[in-house]
Design a protein around this ligand. Sequence first.
Ligand code: OAD
Length: 237
Amino acid sequence: MKKIVILTGAGISAESGLSTFRSADGLWNNYKVEDVATIEAFEYRPDMVHKFYNELRHIMNKAQPNLAHYAITMLQSELLDTEINIITQNIDLLHEKAKNKNIYHIHGRIDECICLNCGQITKVGGDISSVNSCPHCEVMGMLKPNIVFFGEMPKCLNKVEKLLAECNLFIAIGTSGVVYPAAGFVQIAKENGAKTYLFNLDKADNVDLFDYHFYGKASETFKQFAEDLLIEQESSL
Ligand code: OAD
């Protein structure tokens, strides 16, 4: 069986209207990371952190997947004898909304919060604030958005390590290759023998580690790539 790993970043969601982090109008050009994405910020100014993620949740709830997400859906349902796993840095739920399968959210999810007192994860419908109590342990003010802040450990890394060791093809879509450990996944896959493909609007920081580069909007470049794979499959049957 062929095994494909797709690593996604904010660029795959850009055409769904969601801001990336490092573009000129990106989130990190309008907010300071240390104000909204660190444990210290959460300890000292929790309501500022909650306000940032509450607003993002409203925006993300309204967003819809684009052709790049649906191209993954198509590959997962039509490529024969192939397992496709998605490692996403995105906290939006556009892969889920596009009915993608095998999704690993290494930077967390916008629809969850985690209690810093008891560790339980709870689904979030509306806004959260520092006066909310955990539904499990009932302690107030300890519900943190279930997002990996700077300095925290990404999630699912054991599973990710296994997927990277086993894949024959590693594809990155819409990620600047700046944030580790995700930026290093291509190297691990390559060392384990995978071919490596990058689909990005422009050059990523780790561009040299990719065998093939497709520059442009992922809804065009990756959709075309997915269609070509299926045509190739059909002609070889
Ligand atoms: P970045 O904002 O760093 O990079 C987004 C990349 O997507 C850029 O290289 C763009 O060129 C590319 N891009 C933009 N529009 C695109 C399009 N339509 N098609 C294809 N590519 C496009 O976002 P990430 O790499 O995802 O972490 O950032 C990684 C992490 O940094 C995020 O998960 C976030 C952030 O701090 C946390 O919040 C924990």
